[in-house]
Design a protein around this ligand. Structure first.
Ligand code: GLU
Length: 423
């Protein structure tokens, strides 16, 4: 795939990363020029600036976004992230990735994403609650069970979703659990949602091993990021016989060629609030961990972890993307030259939104399923989608990422054509 030469700044702009893949896939599909314009433009972008009372009595202004890229196949769906470097371009890209992700696993949602520019690590629970509630009230007419359904993302969690649900419900004068997913269990959350993204990654790793005739037993795995996604993927894979030899965190990494006991590491982390200093592995700088020899590398933290700067030093046989956008479009080409088998984010991390779909259905039914049913249906959807993507890649002679985009774009374009353009 030819990517025009670009600066690093351009390379790591998530909207550029999204557009490069979209354009390549759309061209391959011979996409109608009108539909091309529709799908490369977010349908709605909301920017809100709002005040929050801080604990010290001062007032702080915050900026929040919610972008709905497409609502053609159903309500907007996608997380809300809190971070100091959140930007409109990033939220835009993440919203469009949600459109493609929901289409790849064929669930009835469009794509959306939200974010607030803030530093949650420096804020108290009270400040976070007031900020979340005010942000919710600012975007209230644009969200809802049939309009746009937020969920957790980076630095947001079940508690954040509970506050959003409560704020929305107060305005509606009735409890509306299905306005957000990723809630605590007792207020309409779903069993299995918390581990779902990690579980989906494990399914994609299992399927990749089967597809490439490789063995799970003893397969060496490196996980970058040990948040909700990375830690659950590592735990489930450790339990299934994979050998987790490296963990790379933002503040340092761990390496043990004989495998790290993930249960012990989780226990250590819950006591010490960090993975650093764990005695069951050696300390190693994170970039060295990522570049170590292994069968599977799982970047599960954030965007732009594999770029033109380090892609040629990646020694994994398979990359399974747990984060959204961890690989830049330029790095895609380098990995392709090295014949690394890449399972793209819009498939690999779709377990989260698939369980969110189950949560939304359960909330609307008022009937809650057993965890075994949820896990079984989740695994089935991901296995089928793996099959769809790899078949598509073989049939069209493209890599898995482009195949996933083509499949998704085709599904969304078909829906728009069928619905027609309202005038
Ligand atoms: N934030 C997650 C993602 O990027 C989950 C979205 C959702 O469940 O709606 O896929």
């Amino acid at each position: 795939m030819a990517v025009p030469s670009m600066s690093l700044e351009q390379e790591i702009n998530p909207w550029e990363a999204q557009s490069a893949r979209f354009e390549f896939a759309a061209r391959k599909l011979n996409l109608d020029p009108g539909l091309w314009k529709v799908l490369s433009t977010p349908a709605r972008e909301i920017i809100v600036h709002f005040p929050v009372h801080m604990d010290n009595g001062s007032i702080e202004m915050f900026t929040g976004f919610r972008v709905q890229h497409s609502v053609a196949r159903g309500p907007g769906k996608g997380g809300i992230r809190y971070a100091p470097d959140v930007s409109l371009d990033e939220v835009r890209a993440l919203a469009s990735w949600m459109t493609w992700k929901c289409a790849v696993v064929n669930i009835p949602f469009g794509g959306a994403k939200g974010g607030i520019i803030c530093d949650p690590k420096k804020m108290s629970q009270g400040e976070l609650e007031r900020m979340t509630r005010r942000y919710t009230s600012e975007i209230i007419e644009f969200i809802g069970p049939e309009k746009d359904v937020p969920a957790p993302d980076m630095n947001t969690n079940e508690q954040t979703m509970a506050w959003i649900m409560d704020t929305y419900s107060m305005h509606m004068r009735q409890t509306v659990t299905s306005v957000v997913t990723g809630k605590p269990l007792n207020i309409g959350g779903s069993r299995g949602r918390r581990e779902a993204t990690g579980r989906g990654i494990k399914v994609i790793c299992d399927e990749s091993m089967r597809y490439l005739n490789m063995n799970v037993e003893g397969c060496r795995v490196i996980v970058q990021g040990f948040g909700n996604v990375g830690s659950n993927a590592a735990r489930l894979m450790h339990e299934a016989g994979y050998k987790i030899i490296g963990i790379a965190e933002f503040d340092g990494g761990l390496y043990n060629p004989n495998g790290i006991d993930i249960h012990q590491l989780l226990e250590y982390r819950s006591r010490n609030n960090t993975i650093l200093g764990f005695s069951g592995a050696e300390a190693m700088p994170s970039d060295e961990v990522i570049e170590s020899e292994c069968e599977i590398l799982i970047p599960a933290a954030m965007e732009n972890v594999i770029t033109s700067r380090n892609a040629d030093r990646i020694k994994a046989r398979v990359v399974v993307e747990g984060a959204n956008g961890p690989t830049t479009a330029v790095a895609d080409e380098i990995l392709a030259e090295k014949r690394i088998f890449v399972m793209p984010d819009i498939l690999s991390n779709a377990g989260g939104v698939t369980a969110s779909y189950f949560e939304w259905v359960q909330d609307r039914q008022g009937y809650f399923w057993k965890e075994a049913i949820i896990n079984e249906q989740l695994e089935q959807i991901l296995r089928d989608s793996f099959e769809d993507v790899t078949r598509y890649a073989e049939a069209h002679n493209v890599n898995n990422r482009i195949a996933a985009y083509m499949l998704a774009i085709d599904r969304v374009a078909f829906t728009i054509k069928q619905r027609g353009i309202y005038a």
